[in-house]
Design a protein around this ligand. Structure first.
Ligand SMILES: NC(=O)c1ccc[n+]([C@@H]2O[C@H](COP(=O)([O-])OP(=O)(O)OC[C@H]3O[C@@H](n4cnc5c(N)ncnc54)[C@H](O)[C@@H]3O)[C@@H](O)[C@H]2O)c1
Length: 466
């Protein structure tokens, strides 16, 4: 067992290991499964060492105690079991329940990843989702949600369903929304009803049943055009896009001397410029959250998401994320259809990184009252991502360039993610090529209806493509 001269060394070693336990319980720790499991294993090993030390000093005859003689073997058995547990992909974190999280719209693309990340973080998760047809087709049951998630099928505008879903909840992540920029310009009542009235009903219930914290999924679309810079380095914060009168006009916004402005990362302080009904409705959601939470003793946080992508996005929804739309086209042997000239710049962020941002904002003490951009920190043109995706899917095809813009779309907006990195410890982890390869593998096993032409006709019929 311990020789007396090795006690200080063992104590230091045990303390170091125990520190891993503290880190894992520390809300600032940005590491996720499986790193958290490894830290737990190391921490528990430290605790075993301390326990052995205590027994050794308390028991009168250490060497005579069979249990203690055998203790090192027990320790290793325990450590091996935990390592096996980790390899078995079972996040240990979910055995340490801390909060009950209600995720509205949690059966959707982002919701499923956020739900999993919350479970891994040790929270209990409940989802309220009305399973709208545009996203879930004719399914009446959720698909792809972790079996540990409790599901309430219901509309966020239905008080009774909300009350059931809020029972015992300590935090809320509000994702339920209609999500198409183009579609919002004609389905105005639907977008305002679900996104804004839905958020109003949620807060009406929260006033009587408050929770500790509410996170809302806002959007980069609220910025309108992002921040720009001219050749002399002057920053333009208020670029407004005007419809092009003739085909010779440049797509990019121009400075006072007619030179194209260059997009630069957009920070949270840029003033909103609401160019679509969707943007307007997301801003209302954000403001309702940040106005009502402090008034009723709750903590509100808004995350402004850029273009999320990854396996699980609705492939047959022509109003969803651009990568899922391109993937659906390619899967059906059609070239991606790109509005404008394809040189619009965006930030494509993997959905696992979006989930990381949510779990950080859920627990971090600095988050309340904050708005945070969530992106990858890297920008790309829409044409470039179409080409990279067709390579990843092994379907080389030249994209179809529409040469026309959708009303309500913005030209460039790229993310400045400095604030969430510094304040919440967010680190985008997924490399874009790796994310696309994973998406391509998933798409290959799916069925996808290509409804892009129908969606384009809907917009054209209303004069919303010019
Ligand atoms: N995906 C992105 O790139 C992105 C970017 C910016 C912001 N956001 C925001 O993130 C959130 C989640 O987006 P997503 O990509 O997972 O979309 P999604 O369409 O996959 O998920 C939305 C979910 O909300 C549900 N829903 C819709 N109306 C509802 C209602 N009335 N009551 C209850 N549930 C309802 C849908 O059934 C769906 O499961 C949305 O608020 C969206 O505006 C997404």
């Amino acid at each position: 067992m311990f020789r007396s001269d090795s006690v200080p060394v063992t104590l230091v070693f045990a303390a170091e290991r125990l520190n891993y336990l503290v880190e894992v319980r520390n809300k600032d720790d940005p590491s996720e499964f499986p790193e958290r499991n490894l830290k737990l294993v190391k921490g528990i090993y430290g605790a075993a060492l301390v326990w052995r030390g205590l027994l050794q000093s308390l028991l009168p005859d250490w060497n005579m105690c069979m249990f203690c003689v055998a203790f090192p073997a027990w320790e290793w058995a325990l450590v091996s079991c935990l390592i096996y547990w980790r390899l078995d992909q079972k996040p240990i974190g979910r055995y340490f329940v801390t909060d009950t999280i209600l995720i509205t719209g949690g059966a959707g693309f982002i919701g499923r990843y956020v739900a999993r990340a919350c479970l891994e973080r040790g929270h209990k998760v409940r989802v309220l989702d009305s399973l709208i047809e545009q996203v879930h087709g004719d399914r009446t049951q959720t698909e792809g949600l972790d079996p540990d998630v409790e599901v309430v099928v219901g509309d966020v505008r239905d008080e009774a369903a909300l009350l059931r879903a809020l029972k015992g909840a300590t935090k809320v992540i509000h994702l339920a929304a209609e999500v198409g920029v183009g579609q919002s310009m004609y389905a105005v009542d639907r977008y305002v009803s679900v996104n804004d009235y839905g958020t109003a009903v949620l807060f009406q219930q929260l006033i009587d049943n408050p929770v500790k914290r509410v996170l809302v999924a806002s959007s980069m679309s609220i910025y309108g055009e992002g921040l720009y810079q001219d050749a002399g380095g002057r920053i333009y914060e208020d670029v407004i896009r005007k419809p092009r009168i003739s085909a010779d006009e440049p797509w990019d916004p121009l400075d006072d001397q007619g030179r194209p402005l260059v997009p630069v990362p957009t920070p949270e302080w840029k003033k909103p410029a609401l160019a679509s009904v969707y943007a307007l409705s997301k801003y209302v959601q954000e403001r309702l959250t940040l106005t009502l939470c402090p008034a009723y003793g709750m903590e509100g946080v808004a995350l402004r998401l850029w273009n999320a992508y990854g396996p699980g996005q609705a492939l047959s929804n022509p109003y969803t994320g651009v990568l899922a739309i391109f993937a659906s086209r390619l899967h059906n042997g059609q070239p991606p259809m790109i509005f404008e000239d394809g040189q619009q710049r965006r930030d494509f962020v993997h959905v696992e990184d979006v989930a990381q941002a949510f779990v950080l904002a859920l627990d971090h003490e600095k988050a309340p009252g904050g708005v945070y951009n969530v992106g990858s920190g890297q920008d790309r043109t829409v044409s470039e991502v179409a080409e990279l995706l067709s390579q990843a899917m092994n379907r080389p095809m030249t994209p179809e360039i529409a040469g026309k813009a959708r009303i309500g779309d913005i030209r460039h907006c790229i993310a400045d993610i400095g604030k969430i990195q510094q304040e919440l410890g967010y680190k985008p982890r997924k490399n874009f090529a790796e994310g696309l390869a994973e998406l391509a593998d998933w798409v290959a096993k799916q069925e996808a209806k290509d409804l892009v032409n129908e969606a384009r006709k809907e917009l054209e019929a209303r004069g919303l493509v010019a």
